[in-house]
Design a protein around this ligand. Structure first.
Ligand code: HEC
Length: 135
């Protein structure tokens, strides 16, 4: 199975989101020379559940996806960078961040599609972007 097909299988677990994610990602996937935008990565991969402005929303199954602009205030004034990195990389044991128990989302999907360097850059840009949103 090709890497691209693996990704489709992985994304299929997210139902409605799959179509959206695979079509928007296809346009810019894996271009090592392209500067990544945290805002664009967020809108393509996170906004469907957490809301365009990250203040919270619902998953396609109707589960509440929390407000991501208050992570610092919930963390007693400290941005929870290690926790956020773990959630983006491995799913953080959050039910809606794992496609199955063996198949954590985001970083692994990017890793399969584009390799370790691209995946690392995606995580860094997403972290910077979410930190910039803190109230
Ligand atoms: C399929 C819907 C969905 C997508 C897409 C999604 N999330 Fe989530 N996220 C959730 C849900 C639901 C929760 C609450 C915990 C749970 O049930 O998994 C959550 C929890 C979180 C948390 C923990 C928040 C807290 O207050 O403790 C963080 C951080 C987070 N998501 C970041 C992200 C980032 C960054 C992205 C994009 C890379 C993303 N999420 C994409 C549904 C989603």
């Amino acid at each position: 199975m090709s890497v691209r097909n693996l990704r489709r299988v992985a994304l299929a677990g997210l139902g409605a989101l799959a179509l959206q994610a695979s079509s928007s990602l296809a346009a810019e996937v894996c271009n090592p020379n392209q500067a990544l935008s945290g805002a664009a990565l967020f809108s393509e991969n996170c906004a469907a559940c957490h809301g365009a402005d990250a203040t919270g929303g619902k998953t396609p199954k109707g589960v509440l996806a929390p407000n991501l602009t208050v992570l610092t205030s919930k963390g007693q004034g400290k941005f929870p960078a290690p926790r956020l990195a773990a959630i983006i990389r491995y799913g953080g044991a959050l039910p809606d961040h794992t496609i199955s128990q063996q198949m954590p989302v985001w970083a692994k999907v990017f890793y399969l599609e584009c390799g370790p360097e691209y995946s690392r850059r995606v995580v860094v840009e997403l972290m910077k972007y979410v930190e910039s949103l803190q109230k």
